[in-house]
Design a binder for this molecule. Structure first.
Ligand SMILES: N[C@@H](CCC(=O)N[C@@H](CS)C(=O)NCC(=O)O)C(=O)O
Length: 238
């Protein structure tokens, strides 16, 4: 049994998509990031970066104490290696997948995240910042589109590279992007959107308030943290 610390955001969807695809039994443990539940000391023990997703595997391969994993890319890799699914066993195949997984976690995710922030959440509209991240997101969409020109999925067969990238393409309109400008990416997107596991993963998110109002309190919790405030919140048992 896997415990999944989750909130319905793109990084959270990656893990429910994997677990639904692999049909691994799991328990969903909500971490309401708008309320600051990511700063609780029990959660920090599992996820020292105070971000979800994180998992605890109570039956790791080889037995022994439970293994906890934070960072969505590391979680996908851990689960793929554990289940031997969605990553090829050979060095060439797995290297293809790992490169694109890292491309997503180091590039597409953070750049699209800044895009969301400056276009949708920043209290001031800063044209330079909005333009910078809309353009960078557009460049990354172009990279993915070229990659998909001659293959069905990012690394051949459906893999954790696709699982990592898909949830960051879902909010393409909020990112100021038109999927119709990227024919191969659009075809890939619709192929993944209709997979039964993707449908199940996104249906789970509906249990939660996926689009809460951005109150001052929420803004402070999500965008106003420092090392000191996180340490204080964790001590206060928030
Ligand atoms: N690099 C991390 C990013 C995780 C992340 O940013 N999670 C966000 C939600 S998508 C979060 O937990 N935010 C809480 C906060 O900012 O305090 C990963 O890929 O897992």
């Amino acid at each position: 049994m896997i415990d999944l610390y989750y909130w319905p955001t793109p990084n959270g969807h990656k893990i429910t998509m994997f677990l639904e695809e692999a049909v691994v039994p799991y328990r969903l443990i909500p971490v309401d990031i708008g309320k600051g539940e990511q700063f609780r000391s029990e959660f920090l023990a599992i996820s020292p970066n105070n971000r979800m997703p994180a998992i605890v595997d109570h039956s790791p391969i080889g037995g022994g104490a439970p293994i906890s994993v934070f960072e969505s890319g590391a979680i996908l890799l851990y689960l793929a290696q554990k289940t031997e699914l969605f990553i090829p066993p050979d060095v060439r195949g797995s290297t293809e997948v790992i490169q694109w997984l890292f491309w997503q976690v180091a590039g597409l995710g953070p750049m699209a995240g800044q895009n969301h922030h400056f276009a949708n959440y920043a209290p001031e509209k800063i044209p330079y910042a909005i333009d910078r991240y809309v353009k960078e997101t557009n460049r990354l969409y172009g990279v993915l589109d070229r990659r998909l020109a001659d293959r069905k999925f990012i690394a051949g067969e459906y893999s954790i590279a696709d699982v990592a990238a898909y949830p960051w393409i879902v909010p393409h309109e909020r990112q100021g992007q038109k999927l119709a400008d990227f024919a191969h990416l659009e075809r890939w997107f619709h192929t993944i959107r209709t997979r039964a596991a993707t449908v199940r993963a996104y249906a789970l998110a509906e249990r939660f308030d996926t689009n809460p109002a951005m109150t001052e309190e929420r803004r402070k919790v999500l965008f106003g943290q420092t090392a000191e405030s996180v340490a204080k919140a964790s001590k206060a048992g928030k």
